[in-house]
Design a protein around this ligand. Structure first.
Ligand code: SF4
Ligand code: SF4
Length: 218
């Protein structure tokens, strides 16, 4: 899932400068889970924005705003309110904001972000969010005992540990275990320590020039 945080109210105030009538769009998936774009958060921000003198024309929490076709259908119901708005304020990740913007290209409707997009996460049993994958496009988990060196190592080293590892801890953040110590432990459990004698090839960044795309043939 994509983890987001709400932008501070003072920043939203700056972003919305010059836009008096606003329609709020949330996200029923990740941003609801993160408590940044669900119904409750939209209600809370509605009150705050009204105190700032904004007129909130309405709100909608699409199931997943990053899915353009589905969101188009869900927002259709609010067509009139949206057409009367100066701006749409989207409480979702950057994908959701851009997907909503794609829905109104010809109208020149302003679509603005209410959240900062932080990282892709695994949710643990206690409901905490941990970054485990950086979407690098060349997964090496089969070589590293299932621990991602690109993300868990502070330097993203494919061949570690670096010289700064100290007593199993990372030199960049001494509170955290060194990723390569974790990798060693996992490979040891799997009886695959020989893997560490091999040098993992450098990533070929040319293969993953941005923006990436995937066109499905139907
Ligand atoms: S190596 Fe790490 S960042 Fe790359 S795809 Fe695998 S888990 Fe994700
Ligand atoms: S100490 Fe370990 S986790 Fe930290 S930067 Fe060096 S190799 Fe990466």
């Amino acid at each position: 899932m994509i983890v987001t945080e709400n932008k501070p109210l003072i920043q939203l105030c700056e972003i919305l400068q010059g836009y008096a009538k606003v329609f709020l769009v949330g996200c029923g998936e990740c941003a609801t889970t993160c408590k940044t774009g669900g119904k409750d958060e939209l209600e809370k921000f509605k009150k705050e924005l009204e105190k700032m003198g904004k007129e909130i024309l309405g709100m909608c929490v699409p199931k997943a705003p990053c899915v353009v076709l589905q969101t188009k259908r869900e927002l259709e119901v609010y067509k009139e309110k949206i057409s009367g708005a100066d701006a749409l304020l989207v409480f979702a990740c950057g994908l959701g904001v851009q997907a909503v913007r794609e829905l109104f290209p010809q109208d020149g409707l302003i679509v603005l972000p209410a959240c900062n997009t932080l990282f892709g996460a695994v949710i643990d049993k206690k409901g905490n969010f941990y970054e485990k994958c950086s979407l690098c496009g060349e997964c090496v988990l089969e070589l590293t005992g299932g621990v991602c060196p690109v993300t868990v190592c502070s330097k993203g080293l494919l061949n570690g540990p670096c010289g700064g590892m100290n007593k199993g801890k990372c030199e960049v953040d001494t509170e955290r275990d060194c990723a390569w110590v974790l990798i060693y432990r996992e490979l040891e459990k799997q009886n695959k320590l020989d893997q560490l004698k091999k040098t993992n090839p450098a990533r070929d960044y040319k293969k993953h020039a941005k923006p990436q795309r995937l066109i499905l043939t139907r």
